[in-house]
Design a protein around this ligand. Structure first.
Ligand code: RTP
Ligand code: MG
Length: 140
């Protein structure tokens, strides 16, 4: 399979708990190459734009508040089968259902505060990457 890319965010709960280094280590150990990386903080408006696909969902307002509650780390990652393999590495949305060895099993504290985001398609990976990074920020 051709090498391709996904996008991730280490969410405010995991960043605030000091788990960024351990999570990046799991990501690199799983064979993902970091193409772009930054620590930043979303305003409620930017969080709302990022998750606008969920704007009709009952958890949308809480999600925007939570995702803007503290700093996050955003990254673009490269690997063969990147989107699907990264979703496997992070585990189920609800950490109660996340498999052993996944990032959410190890670091998530609730359904909302679930430590990490992973793109759900190649198309969304590109949209989400461009939301945070210019071409200049990305190594080749
Ligand atoms: P993500 O987009 O962050 O990688 O998570 P996901 O695909 O596994 O889950 P998704 O359905 O896209 O939901 C986005 C994020 O919203 C929060 N959430 N809260 N309270 C709730 O019922 C609820 N459901 C989802 C989680 O932070 C989830 O990751
Ligand atoms: Mg999602």
């Amino acid at each position: 399979m051709a090498t391709n890319r996904t996008f991730t965010m280490i969410k405010p709960d995991a960043f605030g708990a000091g788990n960024t280094g351990a999570i990046l280590e799991m990501i690199e150990s799983a064979g993902f190459r970091i193409i772009a990386l930054k620590a930043t903080r979303l305003s409620p408006e930017l969080a709302g734009q990022f998750y606008q696909v969920h704007k009709e969902r009952p958890f949308y307002a809480d999600l925007c508040q939570y995702m803007s509650s503290g700093p996050i780390v955003a990254a673009i990652l490269e690997k063969s089968n990147a989107v699907a393999d990264f979703r496997s590495l992070i585990g189920a949305t609800n950490p109660e259902n996340a498999a052993e060895g996944t990032i959410r099993k190890r670091f998530a504290t609730s359904l909302e505060a679930n430590a990490i985001h992973g793109s759900d398609s190649d198309e969304n990976a590109l949209i989400e990457s461009n939301f945070f990074f210019s071409a200049f920020d990305q190594i080749g």
